[in-house]
Design a protein around this ligand. Structure first.
Ligand SMILES: [Zn+2]
Length: 143
């Protein structure tokens, strides 16, 4: 399998047994998503949605996951960000760039999701866990 630079979102109730490469299966019922590692190694990556794991955003049919996906337990040890259906390889990215992507995701979440202070706070805390993000998110909310 070849690496993919794009994940096509597919909304399902149950994650299928045969997960197709290049597809991000999203089950809102079970608050989780699954895809095959984007490096092409074929391993299944499960990203549960909860404040301690991943946050899922959708805007105009484009989906993002935050924070980045670090498959440290796989032999490939691949690391990437899923943002707007795109796969952004994070291995060679500086921490600053990753943080900037995550901050933008926080802002998107605040801008495009039901804007309640509680939601913004949870998003900011779960995605980055830093005061900077919290302040930026709340600023965007109150602007
Ligand atoms: Zn891999």
């Amino acid at each position: 399998m070849r690496p993919v630079d794009h994940l096509e979102p597919r909304f399902v109730e149950y994650i299928p047994d045969d997960v197709e490469a290049g597809v991000l299966y999203i089950s809102h019922r079970f608050s989780t998503a699954t895809h095959l590692c984007c490096c092409g190694c074929g391993r299944e990556v499960v990203t549960p949605f909860n404040p301690a794991k991943w946050s899922f955003f959708e805007r105009g049919g484009k989906v993002s996951l935050s924070p980045s996906i670090g498959n440290w337990s796989f032999p490939c040890r691949s690391h990437y960000i899923v943002s707007g259906n795109r796969v952004l390889w994070a291995g060679s990215m500086s921490a600053d760039v990753i943080a900037a992507v995550q901050r933008r995701d926080v802002q998107d979440a605040v801008r495009f999701a039901p804007p309640t202070p509680g939601y913004a706070r949870r998003c900011a805390a779960s995605i980055i866990g830093s005061w900077n993000a919290l302040v930026a998110a709340l600023r965007a909310l109150w602007r």
